[in-house]
Design a protein around this ligand. Structure first.
Ligand SMILES: NC(=O)c1ccc[n+]([C@@H]2O[C@H](COP(=O)([O-])OP(=O)(O)OC[C@H]3O[C@@H](n4cnc5c(N)ncnc54)[C@H](OP(=O)(O)O)[C@@H]3O)[C@@H](O)[C@H]2O)c1
Length: 355
């Protein structure tokens, strides 16, 4: 069977990356692409690298244009998806790259986003532990099988959650004192013009933002780590500082948390090895190795380096992902593959582009 697909937000970064990956998917036909201010223009004006799709014209994003497809991807600014998802009841599979269907807590939504709250959908991070490892927890993958509504993750959030979930699930790190500093390229903030993201502002500079616990991905991380540990989200405390750095794409997250008394080095490393040893796209590097963003560009891979700092009594986890692939479009398509019962890795690569 070939699934017909519509991609909204097709002029943007996330929509463009969804299209780039779907263009190599043997089971889908990209039939419709939509945009907002750029509707009516050729896709090739906005995504000149997508040569095989250059014949497509950006249509208006309306429920009428989107419905009638087997699969609809929404890659719109947060707060915009809900108005469409409510009207897409006839579409068998809808995947939202935005935040509108990620959070289970309305109070967290109100505090960090505001506006209408929409019901949470199946969270599109298949490798995430759900339920403590000691209690026979499963992976989020099991909740994606047969799903008809999927919320793809925030790129920073999924990077940090994948970094730490094995440790909190196994009870070897203390989730009440997590510190993460994360470098991210400006594509993580989208394609629309913003003065603080101009080349002249960010080139040659590291630029912290949302400092002091205000970043919107914080509740998503707490929600995911609470699910992994079986604890209340209130028990997960994270100091999270993102820094925009002058690289087009990529995330390097450095997360630390205290080692629980009595946890041995072997138990700590085993927690991550057990969680990801059989995974294709989330890989624990050998002891002593840490990843670089350059190793994952264009790949649907999260590379994790784990160090045990006994002097500081903290675990240090360094994780690299491509924000537009494993952080968004790749996660969305991997989740789509699982939902439809296709081979999970279809159209996704573990190999990056280097140098
Ligand atoms: N960038 C990332 O690394 C990343 C990672 C994870 C998740 N996400 C999520 O993906 C979503 C899209 O992000 P992005 O980075 O791709 O943003 P973007 O580059 O700014 O693209 C936004 C897209 O949405 C369209 N749009 C804007 N307002 C709209 C409206 N009211 N109705 C319909 N379409 C509208 C734009 O169309 P026009 O160009 O025609 O105006 C454009 O195609 C966001 O929710 C973001 O949180 C992004």
């Amino acid at each position: 069977m070939t699934y017909s697909v519509a991609v909204s937000g097709a002029s943007g970064y996330a929509g463009g990356e969804i299209l780039r990956l779907l263009a190599n998917h043997p089971d889908v036909e990209i039939r419709t692409v939509t945009a907002h201010s750029n509707a009516g223009q050729q896709l090739s004006e906005h995504q000149p690298h997508l040569r095989s799709l250059a014949h497509l014209t950006l249509q208006d994003t309306t429920p009428e244009v989107l419905s009638g497809h087997d699969i609809v991807f929404l890659a719109l600014p947060h707060g915009q998806s809900g108005q469409y998802t409510d009207a897409l009841g006839d579409v068998p599979l809808v995947i939202d790259a935005g935040a509108d269907h990620r959070l289970t807590s309305q109070s967290a939504w109100d505090a960090f986003y505001g506006g209408a709250f929409h019901e949470p959908w199946a969270y599109g991070v298949p490798e995430l532990l759900v339920g403590p490892a000691s209690g026979g927890g499963v992976k989020q993958r099991e909740h994606l099988r047969g799903a008809t509504r999927i919320a793809a993750p925030g790129c920073n959030a999924s990077t940090v959650s994948l970094s730490l979930a094995p440790g909190v699930a196994a009870g070897v790190i203390d989730p009440s004192d997590i510190v993460t500093v994360l470098a991210v390229g400006p594509s993580g903030a989208g394609k629309s013009l913003k003065t603080h993201l101009l080349g002249s502002e960010i080139l040659g500079s590291a630029n912290p933002y949302a400092v002091g616990g205000t970043h919107r991905h914080i509740p998503e991380i707490r929600q995911a780590l609470a699910a992994a540990s079986g604890a209340d989200p209130d028990g997960i405390r994270i100091s999270f500082t993102p820094v925009i750095v002058p690289m087009a794409r990529g995330i390097l997250a450095t997360s630390t948390a205290p080692i629980v008394p009595g946890a041995t080095d072997a138990q700590i490393r085993d927690a991550w090895q057990a969680a990801y040893g059989d995974e294709t796209f989330v890989q624990l590097l050998p002891e002593g190795s840490v990843p670089r963003t350059a190793d994952v560009l264009g790949a649907n891979t999260a590379l994790i380096g784990l160090a045990i700092d006994r002097a500081a009594n903290r675990v240090v986890v360094v994780t690299a992902v491509d924000n537009l692939v494993k952080g968004t479009a790749g996660a969305a398509i991997q989740s789509m593959n699982i939902a439809l019962g296709l081979t999970e890795t279809t159209a996704l690569s573990i190999n990056g582009v280097a140098p």
